[in-house]
Design a protein around this ligand. Sequence first.
Ligand SMILES: [Zn+2]
Length: 307
Amino acid sequence: MDFSIFERVGLSLFAVLLVLSCFSCLDTSAQIGLVDPDRVMRHVERMVSYGPHPSGSEAQKKVEIYIVDQLQSYGLEVHTQTFQPVTPLGRPEMTNIWGVLPGNRESVIILASHYDSKYFEDFPFVGANDSGSSSALLLELARTLTQGNSTDYSLWFAFFDGEEAVADWTSADSLYGSREFVQMLKSRGLLHRISALILLDMIGGKDLVLRKEMNSTSWLNQIIWDQGNQLGFGDIFQMRGYTAAQDDHLPFAEEGIPVVDIIDLDYAYWHQREDTADKLSAENMGIVGDVVLASLPEIAKRLDTDD
Ligand SMILES: [Zn+2]
């Protein structure tokens, strides 16, 4: 075969277009296996190894340093916010952490988890699922998305302190970190940049069942549960029934920000001594991560239509 120069240029252009269109399908098509379940499990084991780590404890400081180190190792810019709220047990020092991945636009999608473990007087509670699993997955999502952000949005990976009640859950004794974070965004004039919040909590159980959460924004629920089912995980992302949670998404929802809480409230060892790493499934944590990754471009598309 012999091609004239014009035909060769035409063919090369065609080849380039083919390659380009392939890249764009890679960006938008849902893939599984991007999240490494073993890495997630290793993060859980590391955080649990520090022992019970309620807000203000020495162990919580170690978890904080671990999270900051990991985020920095992915090349993210890391911010912290330290505060001392009034609680039924004095004024413990708490720290929110967030890693920033700048996007093509200023608008931000926050992916979040709490990283404190609830304090129990009677027994040691390490909180492998609550809050180890979600914090571990959030670290792995940060690593994965740093290698390729499938949206134009800036992404913040936020680790809230003080989600748990210091004594008994009330609107005043809970959600210390997320409430403080929203106040900070307000006072710095940054709240308008936040387009959506995706919250993870207790997503690592072996019998993981996730139902849409009632205080979450319905279109966000719909996108994530649809993706879960399309990827073949309908046994985890149950389309029937709802759950309702008081969680770190509420301070954002009160400001009118679209929010979703992905939470398993049926976890058998919730707030029990037995919430340890051996009760978790690396595979399930990986699945939740892949579903979140697959949902992100869809969420961005939907946010674009609201602009
Ligand atoms: Zn809890």
